[in-house]
Write a protein of this length. Structure first.
Length: 255
């Protein structure tokens, strides 16, 4: 398989094939890499994700409830490495594009997603800006969409808010690299709904997503968000107060 990958996914491939064996590889980065390569990703019991490539190869990676449990151990790294080799994928995979003209100062987004709103943190040079995307209709109401009987309308499941998904997709299209944050399972997980939307309508944007992390957004502050961004994006500007253009500066609360 010779599908091209961007520089962020290339780093993940190099880490998976590194000698000596590299530790601390996060399942969120492996999931994003495999989605870029066209894999189907589905949830399994006991905090695992099943990865299935178009040619039929399958494996699984951990997606545990704590950050440590979302790192691949040596056995998992070797299993994923063999899985990729069988599919003809290696660290010399073709690059999708040349290096960003701004290098590590490329435009990066951190998206904290749920059904009621999406916090968009734009990291560009020394600036950190915050905006909020909000849905309309049922998704913008106070109803808890994680419970099926509250999602129903006249006996039918509430329809997807395609306008909301399209506006999030447009934000992703404006960036060089994107980190998705959120929580939940199945249709209560806004990340998964967005990824299915991208796979159907904007397949080219999948490769811009460098990792898909599970977080408690009610407890995630500015420092925690920027630490996650640094983990996945590498070099970042010094910590700056989050700002919404035209509004007073925001402080540590996110989501």
């Amino acid at each position: 398989m010779q599908a091209a990958v961007n520089r962020h996914h290339q780093r993940t491939l190099e880490a998976l094939f590194a000698h000596p064996l590299q530790h601390g590889i996060r399942s969120s980065r492996v999931e994003a890499l495999l989605r870029c390569l066209g894999a189907e990703v589905s949830e399994l019991p006991d905090h695992r994700l099943r990865l299935r490539l178009p040619a039929g190869q399958e494996t699984w990676i951990p997606s545990g409830p704590t950050p440590h449990q979302r790192e691949l151990d040596a056995q998992a790294v070797m299993r994923v490495r063999q899985f990729l080799r069988q599919a003809g994928i290696g660290p010399d995979q073709p690059r999708a594009e040349g290096p960003s003209p701004r290098g590590d100062q490329s435009l990066r987004l951190v998206l904290v997603l749920n059904h009621r709103h999406t916090d968009v943190f734009r990291l560009d040079g020394e600036a950190v800006e915050h905006a909020v995307l909000r849905p309309h209709g049922l998704w913008g109401s106070d109803q808890n969409l994680s419970h099926r009987h509250e999602r129903d309308q006249a006996g039918q499941r509430a329809p997807l808010d395609h306008d909301y998904l399209a506006r999030i997709s447009a934000a992703i299209a404006s960036a060089d690299a994107v980190l998705l944050l959120g929580h939940g399972r199945g249709n209560s997980d806004m990340r998964q709904l967005l990824l299915r939307h991208l796979e159907t309508h904007h397949r080219v944007l999948i490769d811009r997503i460098v990792a898909i992390e599970t977080v408690d957004d009610s407890a995630l502050g500015e420092a925690g968000l920027l630490a996650l961004a640094r983990l996945h994006f590498g070099n970042l500007p010094h910590r700056q107060p989050l700002a919404i253009p035209g509004q007073e500066r925001q402080h540590d609360a996110v989501g």
